[in-house]
Design a protein around this ligand. Structure first.
Ligand code: SF4
Length: 192
């Protein structure tokens, strides 16, 4: 349940992107560099997928042969002050399902980002979303239940992001120093 203070933070700050939730799990300090310091940002550098530029990639997902597929669907939530563009929205009968394609071994926050898309779908289309999919090309297609625990995680992470924005404080660096080696902000952050 959202407190009044949390709600105020949600609606008074700048719009947060669903991808920011995943970034927060990579390193919370990325949020500081992006929004407070306004550092140059190259979206998708870490997660860029060649397959995303191949229009047939969803067609290769045989599990969804009976569904209609809309690619690159962008939605906005006034309630959460959140925007997001999912890789695909699957329309299977009456059911709407978000799908996000990912790669790499760092999977923290992928499920949280996916659930944020589910919540965007629910607010925009007034439907209940019960599952989503994470697609790791050449590896696996993972069904993720959109349960209450995951939804709470989305709200909690949004609140933590908004605190960084509101207080302008620089979070501690990630403890996983190897992440800093591929970070866009290493030059001025240094990971310390
Ligand atoms: S350099 Fe390291 S600590 Fe700094 S923002 Fe990047 S990942 Fe985080």
């Amino acid at each position: 349940m959202m407190t009044q203070n949390t709600m105020k933070r949600f609606i008074s700050g700048p719009e947060v992107r669903a991808s920011d939730l995943r970034q927060w799990y990579y390193c919370p300090r990325l949020i500081y560099w992006r929004y407070t310091f306004r550092a140059p940002w190259r979206p998708g550098r870490i997660t860029k997928l060649d397959e995303k530029h191949d229009p047939s990639w969803v067609g290769r997902l045989k599990a969804f042969s009976g569904c209609e597929v809309e690619r690159n669907v962008c939605l906005r939530s006034k309630t959460l002050n959140l925007v997001g563009c999912m890789d695909a929205l699957l329309m299977c009968g009456d059911e709407l399902i978000p799908l996000e394609m990912k790669r790499g071994t760092i999977r923290d926050g992928h499920d949280v980002q996916l659930c944020a898309y589910a919540m965007l779908i629910e607010e925009n289309f007034e439907v209940k979303v019960t599952r989503g999919y994470l697609y790791y090309p050449g590896e696996k297609l993972e069904e993720v239940p959109m349960d209450n625990a995951l939804r709470k995680k989305v709200l909690r992470t949004l609140d933590l992001i908004r605190r960084i924005l509101e207080e302008g404080m620089m979070p501690e660096p990630t403890k996983d120093k190897w992440k800093c080696r591929v970070c866009d902000h290493y030059t001025y952050c240094g990971g310390v």
